[in-house]
Design a protein around this ligand. Sequence first.
Ligand SMILES: [Cu+2]
Length: 312
Amino acid sequence: MQLLTATFAIAAFASSVSAHATMFGVHVNGQDQGDGRFKYIRSPPNNSPVKDLASPDIVCGPNGGRAVSSFVKAAAGDKIEFEWFHDNRNDDIIDGSHVGPIITYVAPYTEGNGVGSIWTKIAEDGFSNGVWAVDKIKRNNGKQAFTLPAALKAGKYLIRQEIIALHEGDAAFNAVPARGAQFYPSCVQFEVTGSGTVVPTQNFNFNTGYTYSDPGIVFNIYRTVTSYPIPGPAVFNFGAGGSAPVSTSPAVRLTTTSVAAVRPTTTSVVAVRPTSTLVTSVRQTTTTKAAPVTRPTRCPGKKRRTVVVVKK
Ligand SMILES: [Cu+2]
């Protein structure tokens, strides 16, 4: 009986230290704001994903309702990078099987868990030119830049960035609970300065806005992927008065020049404003094929999970 208990303990430990990803911190205009875990990030207890779209955890993770003590201070219009890692900072960032989009939302600050119709999409990157957003952060020390909209009104906000890992996304979690898209949401407390006037009002609610019928949530990567429909609303338009939010996805066109243009430097990020023309043309011309992945890869940690039954 003791051996049986020990085996379960080892299995649980193996799954908690393996796989997945979590957020380390934030960079503002290239400046590292330091380890933000449990300080300005409402960090989850471990790097495991959320899969249940009905759970409040889908919004800001299991600790979403636990306000932390600090805020990232940034001005509207600043270049922001959220830095992710796998087990240790600057490692492989996330397991190579975990391809998918990276999407960023903002909501007025709350000490609550973020449940409700309070969110607005400010940036998104899915699949373009044969490259997933996740592949890009793996190449860039866990980071991808977006611009804090210049028209965003000063005040406190939660900014939520998520990685959606699609390696088990060919099945819907509610139909096949062992599989399903893996969400890695991370909510960061921000205090924004500046003279912007826009309070974004997209009123998106993750628990009702993300569904198992979304083609970007139940999505099979184990075939030739030519395009990917990013879930959620369109990136919010902050209006002509301020600079538009940056969506890096549509800007990655099939030319060397434009791919170079979306490298996360302040200049180029500002330069890739998503005009509606660009969005349309890119979504229709993204024909580069990703190398097909040969087999559904489970999270590495789950492979090590073994249950040994010991007879007395
Ligand atoms: Cu994982």
